[in-house]
Every structure is written in structure tokens, then in C-alpha cells.
Design a protein around this ligand. Structure first.
Ligand code: F6R
Length: 617
């Protein structure tokens, strides 16, 4: 949430920062701003709306300096106004700051600062933090421990701050220096050739350098064009680890596609191949994972799994729950990460925790993970972004390896989570009662997933035509059973988040206990009806909808035969193993939501009020 970019080096800072902000816009797009240090002062441009608006505004300001900070905002404290946009400059003009996160005790700080003569132009917690740094900076004597006065004043200020932050700061009398610090919001340093960068996401840095340092919570970094040092909030020293980003800028570009979401939907066969590469045993009868950091013996001792996640990732957990219980016969519980944290769930002694998170930065998931660890449990993470906070704090985990996901609506990350969940179910089942030959069949089935998804994607033109017919709907139901109930939830989430059509996901048979009241010729139902043991039950649910004149869009496997005239629209998906079915069944609902949103003229990659990676509670 909120995109952050800072630059110091030989180039003009503003164009580089704005290029970075465009890549981060999916983190928040209420407003954008940039402050550049030039001619001994801060030159500031900020504007509500997209980075494109900021570029127009910035052109009027003639930003020529070689050092600057920029921000895209997802509003928390204070409305969407130019004044509330970041960067903020202290009222004495000495400090410029950008911030991702929430300062919870900003009201007390503000009261104090008002007594000291500071004034405020915005309603934000960020401006308060900025002024408090200015206050400490003005009072700060030169430290004796070799640190800069600039770093010390930031350290002192953060000692008073409650809440979360990723901040980057410039000081008027420290040209060529950036100070950055984090607690709960991601920050990455980029070490280029005669230039240094800092950003909330690697994608803003990777066009300049692949050498990065992931800042940890409680760390402060001091950057100049050719140097950097890291200390802790409590003045401890830090030996930085320089990592290499393994993907290039092309991976985060849209290419010939109209939207990132479209690109990422069509990338799924390759993404699935990458997610399973090298992860099957040599005898081809089970899965293997390199980074779980837990022995087979420990795994066998687990008598209950707990999965926590948010949004789409929680739907992937729910499918995983179904598969682990079905194949490995181990009880699994799934919970919204945000609820788990405060619910005080009674836990079993031999529980093992998993969290799932594409970004690895979702604050609710991170908090649930920390709560489980605090209670003494091991927590493993299924996560896409390498080096993310969740990946680093987990006891072990499985990377998704699907490359950057930029579209706010998750697609390829979701299906790769489903695949990894299925592989985990296989791994656990093979430790228990699943035979070698059943394991081999399972592995063969999983290897088919990319090709089956390719086949499902061939339905795109047909689904586009259906989308045109239903794009004006105001409500839609998504109905599925067993492992496809979570896919019904996911279909509804995908549709509502990008097209703003009200949609609900339900277990198909549960629909008659309430949601059926919504049914009318104007409220279509999307049914998942694979040819399995409860196919006829799903058909009965369809009949109940049809009897009330509700239009039906049926997603059926190729071998399923529906009664004539029952469904208004039929989308065929290939037959497949039940562990692969949720993956293949996701494709039509992703495409349906995408094409409906495009038909309605919605901003698919940046839906209103949303942001990728929710780093505030
Ligand atoms: C919906 C979507 C969100 C995320 C959720 C968790 O399309 O993308 O619901 O799934 O915000 O995000 P991560 O997986 O990054 O923890």
C-alpha cells in the first residue's frame, strides 16, 4: 500500500522517480507526488489522481535536481486532496518525507508540535512525523558515535512513533543524503553504479540495478550516491546482505496485452510450469520442497494444520484444506488472517501453521503469523515475492516462482497457490496412506495442469462474447461445491473487485437457504458443474434457479451432459484430476470477470479503492 521511491545519484531524479512510481502505481493511486532537492531547497509537485497527472504538474516545476523522493498514495488519514498527497515538507522547511503506513499516536505528537510553533497544511499523520523529525533535527547535537545528526534525529523521532512505517527522508542541510527506515512496511535499497535508490517494491528499482538490500523491521539506512550503511533503531550495527534480483524489467511490463491482468491470465501455463519445476521426487511419486526447514518426521507428527491468509490467497487455502483432508486425511482449519489474530482460537499442541501471501507483505497475514509464532508454533509460508517480510520471518516455506504480479486482481499467483496446495496435499498423503501408484498418477495429473490451462484459455473468445451479454448485470451469484466452492468465492471476488458488480459465492446447494431470493431474469448465476459424483445434485440446483427465471452460465467439464435448454450459456473446460480441477475451473471466471470489466469500461488493473499489497490493518 502506497508506493515509495527515493533516488540519489548522477541522473536527474524526477524522471527516474516518476518512472518508478508508475511501476508502483498498483500499490495506491489516490494521489502522487515528488520532491526534489535543487538549488539549496526542496521543489515539490503533487497532485491527486494518477502519476500521469503528476507528470503534468511536475513539468510546471522544472525539477532538475539529482536527489529526490516520490510517492503514490492509498489514503488512510485524510481525504484524497493535493494537500494530503506526499511528500510532506516540515513547516520550518528543513525536512521532506514520504511515508507508507500509519502513525497511530500522531494526535499526541501534533498537540506537542503545535506548542512548539509547527504548523500543518494537511490532515495526515505523515506531516506530523515530518515535523517531529524537523523538531529533533533542529535540537540534535552532532552525535559522538560516528552517526550523522540526520540519522540520529530520525532515530530519536521513531522512538516516539507507534504504528507502522516505511519512510524516506531528505534534510535541507544534508544534500546528497537520504535516510530511510522501516517498521511493518517494506523497503528495499537498490545499489547502482554511482547511484542509490530506495523503494517499497523491487519493480521500481530493477531497471537501474539488480543489486538490492532488503531492509528489515527496526532498521535505518543512510544512503549517498556511492555508499550506504544500516543501523538499528536501538543504535545497533547491521552487516548488510546484498541480494541479486533474479527477474528483469521485461517481466514487469505489459508487452502486447491491453492490461496486466490479461497478460497474467494468459501467462498461467508458464507460471504453473515454473511453480512446479524441480519439485517432484526422482521416482515421480510425490512432491518435494527445498525450503520447508522441517523434517519428514516432524511433518508426520502434525495432527492439524492451520492456514491463514487474506482475500484470494484465503480461497487458495480453502482449496488446499479440501485436498489435504481428502487425500492426506489430516484436519485443516482456514481462517481470515485478520480474524485469527484477535479471535484467540484454541490451538492443538501438534498444529502446524501455514500462511499464504502473494506479496508477503499483507499486514494482517504478517500479524497472524507473528501471533502464531509468539505462541510457539512453527509457521511456514507459501509466498511469491522473494525476500518479502513474510518469507523472511517464516520458519520455512515454498516460493511460488511466478514472477511479478502487477494486476491488482490476483490471477497467476492464485492458480500457482492452488498448485502448490495440491502438491503439499500429495506430499502429506504420500507420508501417510497414499500408495506409490496413486502418488504417481497424482504427479502425472499435476504435470498436465499447464496444458489443461492452455486448453481452457482457448475458450477466451467464447467467454468474451458471453461477457458482452451479461456486462450490464447488477448482481451475480457464483455457485460451486466441494473444492469448487472456494473457486465460486474467488469468481465472485474477482468480478466485484474489477467490475463493481455485486457478486456472491455460495456452495451450490446452500443457495436455496437465502440467496435464491435474489434470483430474477436480471441476476445470472455462474455454476461450476464438473462431471463428478454430485453432478446431478448441482443440476438440481440449476433447475431451481431456472424455475425462477434466473439466467445460468454453466462451467462444465467436456464429458458432462446438461439437460437441454437448462443453461443459457455453457463454457466447457477439460476433464482433469480433482486436484487440478480448481486450477482449470478458475480460468473461465477470471476471463469472465476480465471481459465484463473491460466491457463496462472499468480500470481493470487499478480498481477503485483497492491497492495491491495491503500493508495497513
Ligand atoms: C484479490 C486480491 C486480494 C489479495 C489479498 C492478499 O484479487 O488480490 O484479495 O489476495 O489482498 O494479498 P497477498 O496474497 O499479497 O497477501
Amino acid at each position: 500500500m502506497c508506493g515509495i521511491v527515493g533516488y540519489v545519484g548522477k541522473q536527474k531524479a524526477a524522471p527516474l522517480i516518476m518512472e518508478g512510481l508508475k511501476r508502483l502505481e498498483y500499490r495506491g493511486y489516490d494521489s502522487a507526488g515528488v520532491a526534489v532537492f535543487q538549488d539549496g531547497r526542496f521543489e515539490l509537485a503533487k497532485k491527486i489522481g494518477r502519476v500521469a497527472n503528476l507528470e503534468i504538474e511536475a513539468a510546471r516545476h522544472k525539477l532538475t535536481g539529482h536527489q529526490g523522493i516520490g510517492h503514490t498514495r492509498w489514503a488512510t488519514h485524510g481525504g484524497v486532496t493535493d494537500a494530503n498527497a506526499h511528500p510532506h515538507i516540515s513547516s520550518d522547511g528543513t525536512i521532506a518525507l514520504i511515508h507508507n503506513g500509519v502513525i497511530e499516536n500522531y494526535a499526541q505528537m501534533k498537540k506537542f508540535l503545535l506548542t512548539k510553533g509547527f504548523t500543518f497544511k494537511s490532515e495526515t499523520d505523515t506531516e506530523v512525523l515530518c515535523n517531529l523529525i524537523a523538531y529533533h533535527y533542529a535540537k540534535e547535537p552532532k552525535p559522538t558515535n560516528g552517526d550523522s545528526r540526520f540519522v540520529e534525529s530520525v532515530r530519536k523521532t521513531l522512538g516516539h512513533a507507534e504504528g507502522t512505517y516505511g519512510i524516506v527522508i531528505m534534510a535541507l542541510d544534508a544534500p546528497g543524503e537520504l535516510v530511510t527506515a522501516r517498521k511493518g512496511s517494506p523497503l528495499i535499497l537498490g545499489l547502482g553504479d554511482g547511484e542509490s535508490l530506495v523503494a517499497s517494491d523491487v519493480s521500481a528499482i530493477v531497471s537501474r540495478t539488480q543489486n538490492v538490500v532488503y531492509l528489515k523491521d527496526g532498521e535505518i539506512a543512510h544512503l549517498t550516491a556511492n555508499n550506504f550503511s544500516i543501523t538499528t533503531l536501538s543504535s545497533g550495527t547491521v552487516e548488510p546482505v546484498i541480494d541479486k534480483v533474479t527477474w528483469s524489467i521485461e517481466d514487469a511490463e505489459m508487452g502486447a496485452h491491453a492490461h496486466f491482468m490479461e497478460k497474467e491470465i494468459f501467462e498461467q501455463p508458464t507460471a504453473l510450469e515454473n511453480a512446479m519445476r524441480g519439485r517432484f521426487s526422482e521416482d515421480g511419486s510425490t512432491a518435494k520442497f527445498g525450503g520447508l526447514n522441517i523434517t519428514a518426521g516432524e511433518f508426520r507428527g502434525v495432527d492439524r494444520f492451520m492456514f491463514c491468509a487474506c482475500g484470494t490467497a484465503l480461497h487458495a487455502c480453502m482449496v488446499t484444506e479440501h485436498l489435504i483432508e481428502r487425500f492426506a486425511r489430516i484436519p485443516v482449519e482456514c481462517d481470515y488472517a485478520s480474524e485469527f489474530r484477535y479471535r484467540n482460537t484454541p490451538l492443538f499442541r501438534n498444529s502446524l501453521f501455514f500462511v499464504m501471501s502473494q506479496s508477503g507483505e499483507t499486514i494482517d497475514t504478517l500479524a497472524a503469523m507473528r501471533e502464531a509464532k509468539r505462541k510457539g508454533y512453527k509457521v511456514l509460508a507459501i509466498n511469491n515475492v522473494v525476500g518479502s517480510t513474510i518469507a523472511r520471518e517464516a520458519d520455512g516455506g515454498i516460493y511460488q516462482h511466478v514472477g511479478p504480479e502487477v494486476g491488482v486482481a490476483s490471477t497467476k499467483a492464485f492458480t500457482s497457490q492452488l498448485l502448490i496446495g495440491a502438491m503439499l496435499a500429495l506430499y502429506l498423503a504420500r507420508m501417510r496412506d497414499m500408495s506409490f501408484s496413486d502418488g504417481t498418477q497424482f504427479v502425472e495429473a499435476l504435470k498436465q495442469a499447464p496444458n489443461l490451462v492452455r486448453k481452457a484459455l482457448e475458450q477466451a473468445p467464447h467467454i468474451k462474447a458471453i461477457a458482452k451479454r451479461y456486462a450490464k448485470s447488477q448482481d451475480m451469484l457464483f455457485l460451486g461445491r466441494l473444492s469448487l466452492f472456494p473457486i465460486a468465492l474467488e469468481g465472485a471476488l474477482k468480478l466485484k473487485e474489477i467490475s463493481y458488480i455485486h457478486a456472491e459465492g455460495y456452495p451450490a446447494a446452500e443457495m436455496k437457504h437465502g440467496p435464491i431470493a435474489l434470483i430474477s431474469p436480471e441476476c445470472p448465476s455462474v455454476f461450476f458443474a464438473p462431471n463428478n459424483e454430485i453432478f446431478n445434485k448441482v443440476v438440481s440446483s440449476m433447475q431451481e434457479i431456472k424455475a425462477r427465471k434466473g439466467p445460468i452460465i454453466a462451467i462444465v467439464t467436456e464429458d458432462a451432459e446438461l439437460p437441454d435448454g437448462l443453461a443459457d450459456e455453457v463454457i466447457r473446460i477439460p476433464q482433469c484430476h480433482e486436484a487440478v480441477l480448481p486450477i482449470v475451473a478458475s480460468i473461465p471466471v477470471q476471463l469472465l470477470s476480465y471481459y465484463i470489466a473491460v466491457e463496462r469500461g472499468c480500470d481493470v488493473d487499478k480498481p477503485r479503492n483497492l491497492a495491491k499489497s495491503v500493508t495497513v490493518e
